[in-house]
Design a protein around this ligand. Structure first.
Ligand code: ADP
Ligand code: MG
Length: 447
């Protein structure tokens, strides 16, 4: 039986004959087959724009081709998946002095695009950058462990890979693993009763890089194993660098002991990039990708896309592909039009975030199933604000708030609209939240 990868390669071969060369190169070439479970074939695209484009434009063709090749009715799903970051073998050891031959697992799997030289520094990430450089140059001495947290797309993985490259150049043994891979290996090791071997693999590391720790924050056994490895490495003065999407104190299920150990060293956050940083990043990336784009358009992009750096990159790639394929010029008008959906999604997320913060809820609680009075009110206010401030359709709002149906959203929206006419406390709450949203928007723009 063919592997998923082989099947996808055959599909690509077919598709190459059916779409234009430009379309093939831009949208399909860097895709990959990820899994086939039951009748769903999952395809990885390098970023959200490509995934969205493929879903909109090539869904039927791909479905048809896959169905023919596999010989039964297949449905297709696209996800964002960076090929370069995913290779076989999970724990990466790299050590240049011996070419890696003496280590058990030898891969140089640090993404060449993620290095210190092309990491743009701004107020949002200066401390995290300085601390990672320090941890690389003086491993185990200054901040150990170094814990970096931020929302998605702000450069955590980039910094870990940058440490990897630099440390390898300094002749050090580096182990890099994502929490997800760690879990997979751990589960396998338990099954095969090779837990000792699994733990042994980390011993030679002089620097241990652990990416996306939130992934194991609710897995008790995996956490326990991680904790043992952590302690042993720490005792041996191995430099440990961990990333996650939250501060350890906000990861509810971690034991107090692990939390306190994580606080032994330094905990730094990376904030969303400010306008100047966004603009520098866009300039640098446009140059790196050799995209001809005016300063005016880059400024517009920096104003409209503010949530994270991955989106900035994605928007640039998308715009340049659009321009190339359609021969369209990238003027502020065309760019404004092309960006609407990305920009709107960010605004919706900002509204839900601000409402959640105001009521001391998490986004999950706001969009989840809880129905106590506070949560239900907060949820209805979010519905109202997304409609009034965000101009979203009821269907979009429903999707953002935990896939609620259209009728529920209309009901919530109407309830708040009516209630506001008689309830001054509610009016005040809503105006407080709106003020916070506006403040946030204003601070995004250049003074
Ligand atoms: P995270 O791990 O925080 O989700 P990544 O490290 O994957 O984020 O970064 C997302 C994308 O943005 C990557 O392509 C990365 O190279 C780029 N990026 C993030 N921060 C910076 C920065 N300060 N300078 C240049 N590129 C950056
Ligand atoms: Mg990451």
């Amino acid at each position: 039986m063919e592997s998923v990868k082989e099947i996808w390669e055959r599909v690509l071969g077919e598709l190459q004959l059916q779409v234009s060369k430009a379309n093939y190169t831009t949208w399909l070439k860097n895709s990959c087959g990820i899994s086939l479970q039951e009748n769903i074939f999952v395809i990885g695209a390098p970023n959200a724009f490509v995934a969205e484009w493929l879903t909109k434009r090539l869904y039927s063709l791909i479905k048809k081709t896959l169905t023919q090749i596999i010989g039964r009715d297949i449905d297709v799903q696209f996800i964002v998946h960076n090929k370069e970051q995913v290779q076989s073998g999970s724990l990466a050891y790299a050590n240049q002095t011996d070419g890696g031959t003496s280590t058990r697992v030898k891969i140089d799997r640090f993404n060449p695009r993620y290095n210190f030289n092309n990491f743009i520094i701004g107020d949002c990430n200066r401390l995290a950058y300085a601390a990672t450089v320090e941890a690389t140059e003086n491993p185990g001495h200054t901040y150990n462990p170094l814990f970096i947290y931020s929302s998605t797309g702000q450069g955590k993985t980039h910094l870990l890979h940058a440490i990897g490259h630099r440390a390898v150049n300094n002749g050090l043994q580096v182990a890099y693993i994502t929490a997800e891979q760690f879990t997979t290996e751990f589960v396998l090791a338990i099954k095969q009763k090779q837990i000792e071997d699994f733990r042994d693999k980390f011993r030679p590391a002089r620097i241990f890089l652990f990416d996306d720790m939130q992934f194991i924050s609710d897995k008790k056994q995996t956490l326990q194993c991680f904790f043992q490895i952590f302690n042993e490495l720490h005792n041996n003065n191995c430099q440990i660098v961990i990333t996650a999407d939250h501060h350890p104190k906000d990861m509810a299920l971690l034991s107090d002991k692990l939390k306190s150990h994580l606080e032994w060293g330094l905990i730094v956050s990376i904030q969303p990039p400010d306008f100047e940083t966004r603009l520098s990043i866009l300039h640098a990336k446009a140059e790196e990708m050799m995209i001809l784009i005016s300063d005016e358009v880059l400024r517009l992009l920096a104003e409209r896309i503010w949530e994270n750096i991955r989106q900035l990159e994605g928007a640039l790639i998308y715009l340049s592909a659009k321009a190339k394929l359609s021969g369209m010029e990238l003027t502020p008008q065309t760019v404004n039009r092309l960006l609407t959906s990305t920009a709107n999604k960010q605004d919706e997320r900002l509204i839900t975030q601000k409402v959640a913060d105001y009521f001391n809820l998490s986004i999950e609680e706001l969009s989840g199933k809880r129905r106590d009075r506070k949560t239900a009110l907060a949820r209805q206010i979010a519905m109202y604000l997304m409609r009034e401030e965000g101009n979203c359709s009821f269907a979009e709002i429903g999707k953002m708030l935990g896939n609620r149906n259209h009728a529920t959203i209309i009901h919530g929206y109407k309830k708040i609209t009516t209630e506001m006419t008689i309830n001054s406390k509610l009016r005040r709450q809503i105006s407080d939240i709106t003020e916070r949203i506006d403040l946030n928007k204003a601070s995004r723009k250049k003074s």
